[in-house]
Write a protein that binds this ligand. Structure first.
Ligand code: PBG
Length: 324
């Protein structure tokens, strides 16, 4: 009790503050999401995500090299698929010569030490912009996970270190794990988007990939933002099915969920600071209303404090440069 205890004693100097600091951000925590397109020398800016680009394979190669030079250990790949290749079955998603598969091989050829994670979901390949196969207005669960597991297999065969199913179908982690094991790809990991909410923060991402749902929304497969216990159920089931890393998405508005999961599981947890969160900070900073770098670092640190081990963030390179 005061005056025997004075909280400010521990805050008197930078050295003391560092000695008692509980959480620090490290370059080792960062995962850089990247958007890939066809073509050469393409570096197409994404309007609602200043500083982010759709990159052709040659530019992707450069970007990954520079990320590695900055100490970033992992990238998470998304592809923008030509409309002509989209259908309701994910045909292009399993093409061994598809853009994702080539992107993985390109990176592994030049920067083999980079951990390559690939998005596994049908929405960029779907003529309806949904994460699953559609029949009479319904997303079919079991036929979708069959395609997703073949998609994951093709990414793994291309050299992906981790596949990251972001679709929220039931049973997809088990189905993917089974197919990988049968193929002898026992070291390919699964980072599951286990607690992924039906969020309005994904807007800029859907613009980047032209993957917005053509009708309806994703509420019959992504989670209700009001639910908390369900996030734990989803996550525990994914771990039972074989997920090596679990994820909470979006990030900042769901820090309580990260903490809940931290207190209940032992596997590494990834937080995804999504496109809308990134866009909000960029917009406020552009207006001069927030100190961009300071707010960015504070937000990223908050993920660590909540209990995340990995942070997927479009700020990864900016943050890596500021981390001392
Ligand atoms: C698609 C997917 C989405 C994101 C990652 N994978 C969008 C969605 O579910 O509609 C969002 C990422 C972001 O907003 O940064 N399966």
């Amino acid at each position: 009790m005061y005056p025997n205890q004075r909280n400010r004693r521990l805050r008197q100097s930078p050295a003391l503050r560092q000695l008692v600091s509980e959480n620090q951000l490290s370059r080792n925590d960062l995962v850089l999401p990247l958007f890939v397109v066809e073509g050469t020398k393409v570096k197409d800016p994404i309007a609602s995500m200043p500083g982010c680009y759709r990159l052709s394979l040659d530019m992707l190669q450069e970007e990954v090299k520079s990320a590695a030079d900055m100490g970033i250990k992992a990238v998470l790949l998304f592809v923008k698929v030509d409309d002509a290749l989209k259908d309701n079955k994910g045909t292009e998603a399993v093409n061994p010569e598809g853009l994702m598969q080539r992107a993985v091989r390109t990176i592994k050829a030049t920067t083999p030490e980079m951990v390559v994670m690939t998005d596994v979901a049908l929405d960029p390949y779907s003529s309806y912009g949904h994460d699953g196969i559609l029949e009479e207005g319904k997303i079919l669960n079991d036929p979708t996970i069959e395609v997703l597991s073949q998609m994951a297999l093709s990414h793994a065969l291309a050299g992906a270190d981790f596949v990251a199913p972001s679709d929220m179908m039931d049973g997809r982690v088990l189905c993917i794990r089974t197919v990988l094991e049968e193929a002898g790809l026992v070291d390919t990991g699964i980072m599951s988007y286990s607690a992924k909410y039906a969020s309005s923060f994904y807007g800029p991402f859907r613009e980047a990939l032209d993957s917005a749902p053509g009708f309806g929304d994703k509420r019959n497969y992504q989670m209700d933002p009001g639910n908390r216990l369900e996030a734990l159920t989803e996550t525990l089931r994914d771990i039972q099915e074989g997920a090596d890393i679990v994820m909470v998405k979006p990030g900042l508005a769901y820090l309580d969920i990260i903490r809940d999961i931290r207190e209940n599981v032992e596997v590494p947890i990834a937080a995804y600071q999504v496109s809308g969160e990134y866009a909000m900070l960029k917009a406020a900073a552009e207006k001069g209303w927030l100190d961009h770098d300071a707010v960015m670092m504070e937000q990223l640190l908050a993920f660590k404090r909540a209990g995340a081990n990995l942070i997927a963030t479009y700020h990864a390179k900016e943050a890596a440069q500021l981390i001392t």
